[in-house]
Design a protein around this ligand. Structure first.
Ligand SMILES: NC(=O)c1ccc[n+]([C@@H]2O[C@H](COP(=O)([O-])OP(=O)(O)OC[C@H]3O[C@@H](n4cnc5c(N)ncnc54)[C@H](OP(=O)(O)O)[C@@H]3O)[C@@H](O)[C@H]2O)c1
Length: 327
């Protein structure tokens, strides 16, 4: 099978498209014919050796796919060959075939095409567990989402609206905030021309926001910490801006607020039932038209490097997807 292979830490330009043997299926595992693979910021970190998981070389990047079940391993029940599914992987998705643990494979609605399904699990899964389970976002609360035109950020805007919150979305540039507005954001902050703290003060009449969803880090995180309401929750999702923020504990104390970390990938192992419940809710919202997943560009497998470069350069909106031609 063809697969995008990483043979040493570095940028996307070092990836190679190679013919490699298809992966074998073990007990409790499922082999999939990959129709499409979602591209994530974490892929750029993983191939650079900067991600929390460092697979042994050679490996194929790619953390989420959609396609059909080819083969089920010993002990697997509830899935049959030919079934349309999405799956989350430790790595190995930028390939014509992939092997996933059965707990990480989710049947998809008939109405959902493979490119949408491949872009769905990580971004929507992360934002839903973060807002629903970790921050317990309530209807009527005010949610501030950073990186709101990007992969996880845009899903946080939609899920915030689906949960009944008022959503303030921040992104860099008028074209990028417009994407967040198209997906339901009530108020916008263009970080190229507006100050986050001042704009939040203006929009909330000085009260501050109840929940911050931050996949970017850096200066925006610090300003958010100073823009929160009494009893607020600040979700630490990622550091796409490259800086890991430090939190002065006195600010948590005086506002009775909580900084909450989320690593969605670890929920797959620690709380798989919760992940399954989360996907059931998300797929139902999708079918009701409450979520409108945005796949802004699709690339063939041999252009995986171009997709990763676009993402790293802050040029992508919503999700990028690799379509696997032979599936
Ligand atoms: N905790 C978890 O379980 C979890 C799950 C998924 C993702 N994440 C993390 O969340 C972050 C976003 O992931 P994603 O897949 O949504 O990525 P993405 O689509 O590239 O979105 C990242 C956003 O961050 C903003 N940004 C600001 N400075 C940036 C910089 N120097 N380089 C790149 N982007 C920058 C960009 O928006 P503007 O240009 O508009 O500012 C961009 O839209 C990553 O750190 C990822 O590792 C965490």
């Amino acid at each position: 099978m063809r697969a995008v292979i990483c043979q040493g830490w570095g940028g996307p330009e070092f990836l190679k498209l190679l013919d490699v043997p298809p992966p074998a299926v073990g007990p409790g595992q499922v082999r999939l014919a990959v129709a499409a693979a979602g591209v994530n910021f974490a892929d750029t970190l993983m191939i650079a050796g900067k991600y929390q998981e460092k697979p042994p070389f050679p490996f194929s990047p790619g953390l989420e796919v959609a396609g059909t079940v080819l083969e089920i391993g010993p002990g697997v029940t509830g899935l049959v060959p030919g079934q349309r599914v999405a799956a989350v992987l430790d790595h190995g998705g930028f390939a014509e075939q992939a092997v996933a643990r059965v707990e990480d494979v989710f049947p998809i609605p008939d109405s959902m095409d493979f490119s949408i399904a491949a872009s769905f699990p990580i971004a929507y899964g992360t934002s839903h567990i973060a807002l629903w389970e970790r921050a317990r976002l309530q209807a009527g609360e005010i949610l501030l989402v950073h990186g709101a035109a990007g992969g996880v950020g845009l899903t946080a805007v939609e899920i915030g609206k689906a949960l009944g919150a008022t959503v303030i979305a921040s992104a860099a540039g008028p074209d990028r905030v417009a994407v967040a507005a198209d997906h339901g954001a009530d108020h916008l902050i263009d970080t190229k021309s507006q100050d986050i703290r001042e704009r939040v003060r203006e929009l909330t009449g000085g009260r501050g926001v109840d929940v911050v969803y931050d996949p970017v880090g850096g200066e925006g995180f610090d300003k958010s910490l100073r823009s929160i309401a009494w009893g607020a929750r600040l979700l630490v999702i990622g550091f796409a801006g490259g800086t890991t923020p430090q939190i002065p504990a006195n600010l948590l104390l005086v506002k009775n607020c909580a900084a909450i970390g989320l690593y969605w990938g670890s929920y797959r192992r620690h709380a798989p039932q919760l992940v399954a419940e989360s996907f059931r809710a998300l797929f139902a919202w999708c079918e009701e038209g409450k979520l409108k997943p945005l796949v802004s560009q699709q690339f063939p497998l041999d252009q995986a490097a171009a997709a990763l470069t676009l993402l790293a350069n802050r040029r992508a909106t919503g999700k990028l997807v690799l379509t696997i031609a032979s599936s």
